[in-house]
Design a protein around this ligand. Structure first.
Ligand SMILES: Nc1nc2c(ncn2[C@@H]2O[C@H](COP(=O)(O)OP(=O)(O)OP(=O)(O)O)[C@@H](O)[C@H]2O)c(=O)[nH]1
Ligand SMILES: [Mg+2]
Ligand SMILES: [Zn+2]
Length: 256
């Protein structure tokens, strides 16, 4: 025990110091993420945070999404942008820029997840801010991105047929925090003897009723339904913000 610590009484327990520090840091991140979520709402930008193990196809599917979302709905004039995190290199940003969208790369230099302050820094310096969809590709990791809120409106999990059907059961925390899951590399399902029903049952076991898209970044399978859903999610999000604002501006007398 540290000499300056007060003596512990019998029966008293103390949280390990490392746990106290971690809890404090996570709390600070949550507070910042709440502010960031309000900032995104006032900038009218719909934000999704993409999480998965390394190599499950985030960049491949995101490149298609950045290119095809505005093209599918030309009358909406949708503007899309991305922030991508990796430990080192800007390889993913270079790939995503082929879509023509503005893309920022965050290099975490060893950190295995993105944090809200990193996203805030990038978004504050983002110009112009007339963006409708901001996509965040997180660092490939099925563990800690779970606990780090980035102020997103939706969290998208990816899970490829080559990873094994049991991944949702082994990493329930992450899949439990997702709003939708992309089952990727579906073009390889047969070669991998992928047990589709088992994989879906495992996803439902950790997140009952979660929306699942079966997709292939190679062939584009599943793209249409995915893009329709994304646009509808943004409309729902805008409607919920509008109703929150109108509820807040309704005086108690008007409300009765
Ligand atoms: N057959 C097939 N290969 C795919 C598909 N999607 C991605 N790949 C391949 O899988 C590898 C990894 O894909 P990425 O898109 O880089 O995966 P990622 O999740 O962004 O990887 P990290 O950023 O490193 O975590 C690449 O070789 C892709 O070409 C797919 O749907 N089908
Ligand atoms: Mg990537
Ligand atoms: Zn981490």
């Amino acid at each position: 025990m540290n000499e300056t610590s007060p003596p512990m009484k019998i029966g008293e327990t103390q949280a390990p110091r490392i746990l106290q520090v971690r809890t404090k840091i996570l709390k600070a991140n949550d507070t910042l993420a709440r502010t960031l979520r309000q900032k995104f709402a006032s900038d009218n930008v719909f934000v999704t945070n993409w999480v998965s193990s390394p190599g499950s196809g985030k960049t491949t599917w995101l490149e298609r999404t950045l290119k095809e979302l505005p093209a599918k709905f030309p009358t909406e004039n949708l503007r899309v942008a991305a922030i991508v995190g990796d430990l080192e290199t800007d390889r993913d940003a270079q790939r995503l820029r082929r879509s023509g969208a503005p893309v920022r790369q965050i290099m975490t230099h060893g950190l295995c997840h993105l944090e809200a302050d990193m996203i805030e820094r990038e978004w504050d310096s983002f110009s112009p801010k007339n963006v409708d969809f901001l996509f965040i590709e997180n660092v490939g990791n099925l563990v800690c991105p779970t606990s780090w809120d980035l102020g997103e409106s939706l969290r998208i999990g990816l899970f490829s047929v080559t990873e094994g059907e049991d991944k949702p059961l082994k990493y329930p925390g992450l899949f439990n925090t997702c709003d939708a899951v992309l089952l990727t590399k579906i073009d390889l399902a047969q070669a991998c003897e992928f047990q589709r029903d088992a994989a879906i049952a495992n996803l439902y076991a950790v997140r009952p009723g979660i929306k699942i898209f079966e997709v292939s970044g190679k062939t584009g399978h599943g793209l249409e339904a995915w893009l329709d859903w994304l646009l509808a999610q943004r409309e729902n999000w805008q409607a919920s913000i509008a109703s929150t604002i109108s509820a807040a501006s309704t005086s108690p007398r008007e409300a009765t």
